[in-house]
Write a protein that binds this ligand. Structure first.
Ligand code: EPZ
Length: 418
């Protein structure tokens, strides 16, 4: 397992290009199963999770080719219906194949994703939503056994709470269900909107895209997908937080500013100067960050996937900050590790109270999940002395060669094989 060795403090300055969104490309890859033929997905980031999903598609019989950011998925001979535990346990998003396999093959055997580093991640909404489309679903020895021998039929379902993954899964199934399906309280994260647009371009009949209510007139078949992945708003937010935390100035190119309003508002509240253009953002840090109160919400609210990274920035703010995660109330695995770097953070239920300190001290820390890893790297860049971040395979899941891109911005960071 690799680790990062970071020498801080440093100021990050320069320009970095934002890659394709991990959380947009994974459902698009699953959607390729809805059609027979070769789907083409562009602006695909070179991430561990993308390679894991390719393995899953190949297990299902698809032929995949990823070259120069373009992914071709040929499902002409894809007859498989099983997503095995050994693969699903490494990537929860594997559950995205459930809806498409049910819709296109009439059955699926998908391992139940377990919890994750910070706690339970239920999938009841995925299962209930698919049952509303006529699927028979049982749980057997850790597997979801699903079938729809007569095909899926239209239904009506409200997601409570709104769920990115469940909306994507049920939407993909509804695209081929017989009749008109109505989905209520849908997630409207950009990654869901992009999936709906890609499905519509492939022949699906979806109304209400971008709103909380989706109406889907099922069609007998879809054409293979042709779509480009949107820029990764969480990767963009992570680099913006890095500029703030290191007292630097970073320009992000190739990003979609409209997807970052909540992050921009928080960074401005912390005293950063943020300039936006059509597809570029420049973040310049103040002399010292101001404390902030942040509550995570479904899009367009402040994203839970940025909670850890902004918390890292608040550890050095001139005052007390409050971070409440309403999506995952226990998503605080990074707190204990930040404390090892000298941060003063108290937990009170779903709220972390962060008392800003003058400086952080480098120390060995352990990555536990993707966004916690990012937070620890950011804190290590600002800490005085050497920080070692272990288990960086977590970060490779969602950030492409992060150490090289940070080094290009002035970070002293290197990857060491353990
Ligand atoms: C997606 O996960 C993202 N993953 C997560 O990003 C992100 O944190 C999350 O959405 C919230 O934005 C991908 O897109 C691959 P949810 P997902 O279903 O779909 C509850 C990262 O770092 N819920 O929107 O699993 C759930 O407990 C990852 O890139 C149910 O109760 O999240 C949570 O409280 C981490 N039952 C809320 O809904 C269900 O069946 C939102 O979760 C499903 C979810």
């Amino acid at each position: 397992m690799d680790r990062f060795v970071i020498e801080g403090p440093c100021r990050l300055e320069g320009t970095v290009r934002v890659g394709g969104a991990k959380n947009a490309v994974l459902p698009l890859m699953a959607a390729a199963l809805l059609a027979r033929g070769e789907s083409i997905i562009e602006n695909v980031p070179d991430l561990r999770d993308v390679h894991t999903f390719i393995k899953l598609l190949e297990l299902l019989g698809a032929r995949c080719d990823l070259a120069g950011g373009t992914l071709r998925v040929d499902t002409a001979r894809a007859e498989g219906v099983e997503a095995p535990y050994d693969l699903v346990r490494t990537m929860r998003a594997s559950i995205y194949v459930l809806g498409p396999l049910l819709a296109a093959r009439g059955r699926a055997r998908v391992s139940l994703p377990g919890g994750c580093a910070w706690g339970p991640r239920p999938v009841n909404l995925h299962l209930e939503g698919l049952r509303q489309l006529g699927a028979e679903i049982d749980l057997e020895r850790g597997y979801i056994m699903a079938s729809a021998p007569q095909g899926l039929r239209a239904g009506r379902f409200r997601f409570e709470p709104s769920s990115v993954g469940a909306t994507a899964n049920v939407l993909m199934a509804a695209a081929l269900a017989d009749g008109t399906t109505e989905l209520l309280n849908c997630a409207i994260e950009p990654e869901v909107t992009v999936l709906a647009e890609a499905l519509r371009e492939a022949g699906a009949r979806i109304e209400g895209i971008g709103t909380n209510t989706l109406t889907v007139d099922g069609v007998p078949r879809l054409r293979p997908l042709r779509h480009a992945v949107i820029p990764d708003r969480i990767e963009a937010g992570t680099f913006m937080a890095a500029a703030a935390l290191t007292g630097g100035r970073i320009t992000l190119t190739g990003c979609r500013c409209a997807h970052l309003d909540a992050c921009i508002a928080v960074l401005k509240a912390m005293g950063c100067d943020v300039e936006t253009a059509e597809d570029a953002i420049t973040v310049a840090a103040p002399g010292r960050l101001a404390p902030v109160e942040v509550v995570t919400r479904p899009y367009p609210g402040f994203p839970t996937d940025m909670q850890a990274q902004i918390m890292a920035a608040t550890t050095l703010a001139a005052g007390t900050s409050f971070m409440t995660d309403t999506i995952y109330p226990d998503r605080f695995m990074h707190v204990a590790e930040l404390r090892r770097l000298g941060a003063d953070v108290r937990l009170d239920g779903a709220t972390a109270i962060v008392f800003g300190v003058e400086r952080l001290q480098g120390a060995p820390v352990m990555a536990t999940d993707l966004r916690a890893s990012a937070a620890l790297i950011l804190a290590g860049l600002a800490a005085h002395g050497e920080t070692i971040v272990r288990r960086v395979y977590h970060i490779d899941r969602g950030y492409e060669r992060i150490e090289r891109r940070l080094a290009q911005l002035g970070a002293r960071i290197r990857r060491v094989a353990e």
